[in-house]
Design a protein around this ligand. Structure first.
Ligand code: TA6
Length: 271
């Protein structure tokens, strides 16, 4: 695990899954949520921070395991650098030989820690065949109280409601307040999304490049109890706002081409 400290912030990154598990500006509560019940074990995903979902999202019938293998693979640290202003960047890499579930490819993950947290997932095909995949940076955000938080920026957007048999619906609310289990894949949302946290008095901004889908998830009470590596009450302190390319937005990568998914997370005080 890499522990990073900059003039503005601190962060932690596990080689397991190349998972950022902590990011905190010195004068604020943590931006990322990490479950107190998370496993840290071979073959198990870490519950919180920014799991890298690749090359499939969810649990397709013909695929082994939920959310692909990137988040349970040990990545290689290739480079760490500090800029003159103290910003720290880290480059991690994993490679895959050709397999039925994934053509030969190389992945790089670049993390930049400064007053914000910027992560970029780069997928390079090393195959002569088209590579169709999904990717998603499955970010868990800390909120002071889920009842005092809203997700802003999805009004008028179509989504699949995973709790209603993937029914396609349209978001009618400019500010989404969560008061039950929510599990939605919003389509064609390249624009920024915000989490406004009245409890912690801050706005968290999610800016993206190369991401057409936004997933919003909170397990709420029953699902929280059912998830082994998640505390029964932790749904009150987190919300997932995930950035990627999922379902109808999946990526079709031509042979030997490269795909980039970049997300910048920042926060400012609510005045
Ligand atoms: O965030 C969307 C989602 O697909 C939910 O359906 C829920 O399963 C969540 O991911 C967590 O998945 P995980 O495999 O990490 O338990």
């Amino acid at each position: 695990m890499l522990e990073i400290t900059t003039p503005w912030s601190s962060a932690e990154i596990y080689l397991h899954g190349a998972q950022v598990t902590h990011f905190k500006k010195h004068d604020e509560p943590p931006l990322l949520f990490l479950s107190q019940c998370s496993c840290f074990a071979t073959g198990q995903p870490i519950r919180g921070g920014i799991p890298i979902i690749f090359p499939w999202f969810g649990k397709p019938a013909d695929r082994p395991g939920q959310h692909g293998f990137a988040r349970i693979t040990d990545w290689e640290l290739k480079e760490m650098a500090m800029a003159p202003d103290g910003a720290v960047s880290v480059r991690l890499r994993m490679e895959r030989v050709d397999s039925p579930e994934c053509p030969a490819c190389a992945l790089e993950y670049r993390v930049t820690v400064d007053a914000a947290l910027t992560v970029e997932l780069i997928v390079m095909s090393r195959s002569g065949r088209e590579f169709v995949f999904e990717n998603c940076l499955h970010t868990y955000f800390t909120v002071g109280d889920i009842g005092a938080a809203t997700v802003v920026g999805l009004k008028g957007v179509d989504y699949l409601d995973q709790l209603a048999g993937f029914a396609r619906k349209t978001e009618t609310r400019g500010s989404i307040r969560i008061s039950s289990e929510v599990d939605r894949i919003y389509f064609d949302t390249p624009h920024p999304v915000e989490i406004r946290d009245e409890s912690l008095r801050r706005a968290v901004r999610v800016e993206k490049e190369g991401s057409a889908s936004t997933v919003v998830w909170n397990p709420w009470i029953a699902k929280s109890k059912a998830i082994q590596d998640f505390g029964d009450e932790e749904y009150q302190q987190m919300v997932c706002v995930e950035s990627g390319n999922v379902a109808a937005n999946k990526i079709k990568l031509a042979p030997n081409q490269t795909s980039r998914l970049k997300v910048k997370l920042s926060s400012e005080r609510l005045t």
